[in-house]
Design a protein around this ligand. Structure first.
Ligand SMILES: NC(=O)C1=CN([C@@H]2O[C@H](COP(=O)(O)OP(=O)(O)OC[C@H]3O[C@@H](n4cnc5c(N)ncnc54)[C@H](O)[C@@H]3O)[C@@H](O)[C@H]2O)C=CC1
Ligand SMILES: O=C(O)[C@@H]1CCC=N1
Length: 260
């Protein structure tokens, strides 16, 4: 499989790291920032090329991993070489029809991954333009399934997937950080706090999954009448923490719908 990557930033690195764990693709890379392309090629064993079009000429699958504001520039540069090749866009909020406005009726795949793909624990949304054949869909689905859980979906759900799962790692990190700050406030060192809180999160997730526990069951098991936990939960409710988290995700969703 020949995979070309245009834009060698955070997501491209997560994708390359993940692909290298399970598959043996031939990787090609290009970035307008030459240092980034150089570093990427060294770390992931990718062949560095000198232009967007060279990526297209060398690859069957072209992953565009630039910021949404830069994608149309890239599409303009490659549109005449795409032909039957598969274009994969991971840009937030950029629809297949917007991409088609530049490149025409080509084989386009829109994917919304998250950084957790680098440890094969991503949650990804994926949708296809009608030009992509059933065989090609299967090939692309298998590629991304090697990086985590894939939701093959109607494009109308992609902005919600962006808010929930694309942005999700940052939201989870924010909650982890809040707990670690509390631990520091209570006298634990910063490093110790982070490690302990990570184990708290990991342990809770594994416990819930292995024992098929609902959130309510966990809360009931932990919360003693008149005890410590209810004090914390009541304060969270008083401060509307749950509402704030839901509103934050909805803000991210609105932004995904209006990214440009
Ligand atoms: N960071 C994340 O967690 C996620 C990001 N995304 C999407 O992935 C895309 C990339 O995001 P990041 O990796 O975070 O950005 P980034 O800023 O880390 O990487 C983008 C790279 O594109 C390069 N670039 C810009 N214009 C270029 C061009 N014309 N040709 C070649 N390279 C060019 C930049 O130099 C940079 O290295 C965005 O569209 C974003 O919406 C999607 C899901 C999650
Ligand atoms: O913040 C962003 O716009 C990108 C899309 C999803 C995660 N990061």
């Amino acid at each position: 499989m020949k995979i070309g990557i245009i834009g060698c930033g955070n997501m491209a690195s997560s994708i390359a790291h993940s692909i290298k764990q399970s598959l043996e693709p031939q990787l090609f890379c290009y970035d307008i920032d030459l240092d980034k392309a150089h570093m990427f090629s060294r770390v992931y064993g990718a062949t560095k090329v000198d232009s967007e079009m060279e990526i297209v000429n060398n690859s069957n699958i072209i992953i565009i991993a630039v910021k949404p504001k830069d994608i149309f520039d890239v599409l303009e540069k490659i549109k005449d070489g795409i032909s039957e090749k598969i274009i994969v866009s991971i840009a937030a909020g950029i629809s297949i029809s917007k991409i088609k406005e530049v490149v025409g009726g080509k084989k386009i795949v829109r994917v919304m991954p998250n950084i957790n793909i680098s440890v094969q624990k991503g949650v990804m949304g994926i949708c296809f333009s009608e030009e992509v054949t059933a065989d090609e869909k299967e090939k692309i689905l298998n590629l991304f399934k090697s990086m985590g859980e894939v939701i093959a979906t109607d494009e109308k759900h992609m902005d919600a997937i962006t808010a929930l799962f694309g942005s999700g790692p940052a939201f989870v990190a924010h909650f982890i950080e809040s707990c670690a700050d509390a631990a520091v406030k209570l006298g634990f060192s910063r490093q110790e706090s982070l490690n302990l809180i990570l184990t708290l999160f990991e342990g809770t997730v594994v416990n819930m999954k292995n024992n098929m526990l609902t959130t309510q069951q966990v809360k009931d098991m932990v919360t003693s009448p008149g005890g410590t936990t209810i004090e914390g939960l009541v304060e969270f409710e008083r401060r509307a923490v749950k509402g704030a988290i839901i509103d934050g995700i909805l803000k991210a969703y609105e932004r995904a719908k209006n990214i440009l």
